[in-house]
Design a binder for this molecule. Structure first.
Ligand SMILES: [Fe+2]
Ligand SMILES: [Fe+2]
Length: 154
């Protein structure tokens, strides 16, 4: 919970975010980067941090998994949150978000599918879009399960 509150405090304003955009541009294809750069700086920072940590612990991880880790929350950029929504979705666990019916929370609930669609439309690698689609429901996909695990270290 403390970690969650710290992340929330950091998430209130976008100007404090320091995403690793240059590194991301080297890992992603130009099509994927066009989706990445539309993300909120706080989500870009979160994505690049998750990807860096995963890569540090698993140097054998393939580049598609690292790309998916960078992009995993890109579906949230379809509609930017208001400050109130950002605070609320930061505090409501994902598994409860289906019971809350504000527009921002609805986007949060469907952001894995929205993100995968955005990536497919942009021409991203098929496996990258698929890993993004599965990142909250990794089920039998071991690479998606690894991404899920590192996302939840935050
Ligand atoms: Fe997510
Ligand atoms: Fe995430």
């Amino acid at each position: 919970m403390l970690g969650k509150l710290k992340r929330l405090a950091r998430s209130i304003t976008p100007d404090q975010a320091t995403p690793e955009d240059h590194w991301a541009s080297r890992v992603l294809t130009p099509e994927e980067f066009s989706v990445y750069i539309q993300m909120d700086p706080r989500d870009r920072e979160h994505g690049t941090r998750v990807a860096r940590t995963l890569q540090a612990d698993h140097p054998e991880a393939d580049v598609e998994l690292i790309a998916a880790a960078i992009l995993h929350d890109c579906g949230k950029s379809i509609r930017p949150y208001s400050v109130v929504e950002r605070v609320m979705v930061g505090l409501v666990p994902y598994r409860f978000s289906k019971y809350i019916q504000t527009e921002g929370v609805k986007v949060r609930f469907s952001h894995p599918e929205l993100g995968a669609e955005m990536l497919t439309t942009a021409g991203a690698r098929r496996n990258v879009a698929e890993l993004v689609r599965l990142h909250h429901h990794p089920e039998a996909n071991p690479r998606a399960a690894l991404l899920y695990q590192y996302d939840h270290l935050e």
